[in-house]
Design a protein around this ligand. Structure first.
Ligand code: 5AD
Ligand code: SF4
Length: 444
């Protein structure tokens, strides 16, 4: 009798939202890999579908429900298909999801992923599973180690989760829980493992990554100290981190931007508004002026740093003058990159209680105006790279024959023709042209 190997079951994961979800999806895939699943790129052939969701704005959550509705046909064709909702919508809405969409078999919050293998066993027995606990243990430690597969040149590494800042508009403190930092040794082990598998650039992730305070072999480590430790890893060429809060931008981190060679000249530092009145109502606990002074200090340490930001327009009570203050702050800072959003009421947050909503068409007009200014600044910052020589980490071939694409130190996409660089090579490139969304250059 010949023994046939069991066919791997097929897992389809769709990821919404931030980079932390991208990282979590990888880890979920690896955890379920241990129970016989392999990842596929289409839901049509899947035995399990997981939506890793985002709850940050209303639209993001609604998308999840409309996507779930689309799986009805698939479930009719394959009654054994398991459908799961993970991520922040799962955490925030829990059982309500199963009530609203009976197709769903599994609801798992972001702090419970390490229990997925055991949940899968229960699902296989026909049970429905809900787990939105926020246990103390390090979920990443419990998840199966990353398999030793080769990786591309860039990777995310979550070092911190949760947020204690409680900005009045934001669901993160409720969906991701309190701030928690992973121990230094675990982060370094994971980083070394990534480098062995081909990674050259690591982006450290956290909802409030610069509030990192992990236990180290010789006391507590700040984010700056962690970066200096990572700087020692041979083969790791670049370090980035995101997302930061202005109040946690400590002196040692600013100094690292000036002195640590592998730390890239790019900083995402959301301010949300340029009006003190609105910042106060947002519970941001910094002022317009303190933010501007902070940017000055960071630029003094690293003059070529590219500053990126997040903005919300149409927060309750935002007047024309408040919005003008935001536009003025943007002009003063000069952003190389920015993300801007229309305020979205999130149930359970303090701002949701406020009656003084800005009319939707007013918020739309402000968003349009703000985005036009940001686009102009982004383009100017990109154009200013022409003639300069920068490091480029090559990632993949471009669309044209012989062309390669990579990212510059400042995170601009760079195309190089007649390029003999391989994915993972870090080379010096002189920038010769600036297009709509990318630069082109020549190897030196
Ligand atoms: N409405 C609009 N934008 C929001 N953000 C967070 N919460 C909301 C909300 N309720 C934005 C902030 C944050 C980014 C990740 O999402 O700008 O920095
Ligand atoms: Fe949300 Fe504010 Fe925390 Fe950022 S700092 S995750 S915006 S509460």
């Amino acid at each position: 009798m010949t023994q046939t190997k069991p066919q791997p079951k097929k897992l389809y994961i769709k990821t919404y939202g931030c980079q932390m979800n991208v990282y979590d999806s990888e880890r979920m895939s690896e955890a379920l890999g241990g129970t016989g699943y392999e990842e596929v790129s289409s839901p049509d052939e899947a035995d399990m579908i997981l939506l890793n969701t985002c709850h940050i704005r209303e639209k993001a959550a609604e998308k999840v429900y409309s996507e779930l509705g689309r799986f009805k046909g698939l479930k009719a064709e394959n009654p054994n298909l398991k459908i799961g909702v993970a991520g922040c919508v799962a955490q925030a809405e829990g059982e309500e999801i199963m009530r609203r969409q009976p197709l769903v078999d599994l609801v798992v919050g972001p702090q419970a992923y390490h229990r997925l293998p055991e949940m899968e066993a229960r699902l296989s027995n026909g049970a429905k599973v809900l787990d939105t606990d926020m246990p103390e243990e390090d979920k990443f430690e419990q998840l199966k180690a990353r398999p030793k597969a080769k990786r591309g040149p860039t990777a995310f590494l979550t070092v911190q989760e949760g947020c204690d800042k409680f900005c009045a508009f934001c669901v993160v403190p409720y969906t991701r829980g309190a701030e928690a930092s992973r121990p230094v040794a675990r982060v370094l082990d994971e980083a070394r493992d990534l480098v062995e598998r081909g990674v050259r650039e690591i982006t450290l992730l956290g909802q409030n990554v610069n509030a990192y305070h992990g236990a180290g072999p010789d006391g507590e480590y700040s984010l700056a100290r962690l970066i200096w430790a990572l700087n020692e890893i041979d083969g790791l060429e670049r370090i980035r981190f995101t997302t930061s809060h202005p109040n946690d931008m400590s002196d040692d981190l600013i100094e690292a931007h000036g002195q640590c060679e592998k730390l890239m000249p790019y900083l995402h530092l959301p301010v949300q508004s340029g009006s003190d009145r609105i910042l106060k109502r947002m519970n941001r606990s910094h002022t317009r002026d303190s933010y501007l002074r902070l940017i000055e200090r960071i630029r003094a340490a690293r003059p070529d740093i590219l500053i990126s930001g997040d903005f919300i327009v149409g927060f309750p009570e935002e007047s024309d003058q408040d919005f003008a203050d935001t536009m003025d702050l943007i002009r003063q800072v000069g952003y190389g990159q920015a993300f801007s959003f229309k305020y979205s009421t999130r149930p359970g947050t303090p701002a949701a209680e406020r009656k003084e909503q800005v009319p939707s068409d007013v918020a739309d007009a402000r968003l349009y105006e703000l985005q036009a200014l940001i686009t102009q600044q982004q383009r100017a910052r990109q154009d200013a790279m022409v003639g300069q020589t920068v490091g480029v980490l090559f990632e993949k071939p471009g669309r044209l024959p012989g062309q390669m694409v990579g990212k510059s130190d400042h995170l601009h996409a760079v195309h190089v023709s007649d390029c003999d660089a391989q994915p993972g090579d870090l080379r010096q490139v002189t920038i010769v042209d600036s297009g709509a969304n990318s630069l082109s250059g020549v190897l030196i």
